[in-house]
Design a protein around this ligand. Sequence first.
Ligand code: NDP
Length: 309
Amino acid sequence: MSAKLLFGKPIQEALLEEVAASARTIIEAGQRPPHLTAVLVGGDPASAIYVRTKTNKSREVGFGSEAIILPQETTTKEVLSTVTRLNEDDAVDGILVQLPLPEHCDTKTVLDAVDPAKDVDCFHPHNTGLLVQGRPRFAPATPAGIIELLERSDIEIAGKHAVIIGRSDIVGKPMAMLLLHRHATVTICHSRTPDLAAVCRGADILVAAVGVPGMVTKEFVKPGAVVIDVGINRVADRDQAADILGDSADWERFEERGYLVVGDVRPDVAEAAGAMTPVPRGVGPLTIGMVLVNTLAAARERRGVGGES
Ligand code: NDP
């Protein structure tokens, strides 16, 4: 058996086209386009790439967008004052604080300060509460993107057993809620789950959001299961990359960059799974797409327009 690969790009393109069409309607109605502002603290290269991609994609769909880049040594108080300014700026519909913040910054305090109506990452406790109650204002981008991927790939969720490895506030927990609300039976696993592989073998849909390269092996996967790999891990050790990726390792890229991006799932899981997302080019593009869907929703809610995106 060889799994069908579920690529994120075509679904991202469909999402962006839908968002762009809605943005055009807003502009044609004489209103200004939705506006997304990203806040980046420090010079982490991966974070800078994420922010640039989000602002570029925003502009591609006709949104206004910019990034506020603050120096590494910015204090929590200074980040809070930027967030407050953006909260008060009526021209800003969505605020995105790129994580991780530098260690000296109090991440929870900063995220709690974002106006819930502009919280397009859905990290504010108010929005988390709405999500848990099954009446989300926004859904966190990565898990919401995975739902889009499953639904648009005609993968049944209702009645299935979904197992999620990882219980973070950003991926694992909201993923569980979104699957539960679509009538899956949900199990959440974490670092204290005994016999993880056996629990995972019960899954019709297995979501790995761990951050441990290549942790999920064929032994974790029921034949024919759908496997979603959220992990984005940089592996700079050649032997480790060779062990996980086998023949699929792109050594040219390794030489060029000094590392390879590897998921939480080993590529040879494709021999057991019915469908799976590759890394890269699987879940990643959907996260960006859903941030824009949420920004559109924020703009509509703030302007009292309503309706579907
Ligand atoms: P966190 O580090 O916040 O959470 C990781 C979770 O995995 C924790 O719940 C932890 O358990 C669990 N875990 C760690 N080790 C094990 C283990 N050996 N066995 C079982 N469970 C384990 O990570 P995130 O949720 O933020 O991210 C997870 C991965 O997804 C990362 O690789 C990240 O880069 C990637 N990611 C990708 C995105 C995308 O757009 N594709 C977006 C966001 C994240 P415990 O709680 O017990 O410590």
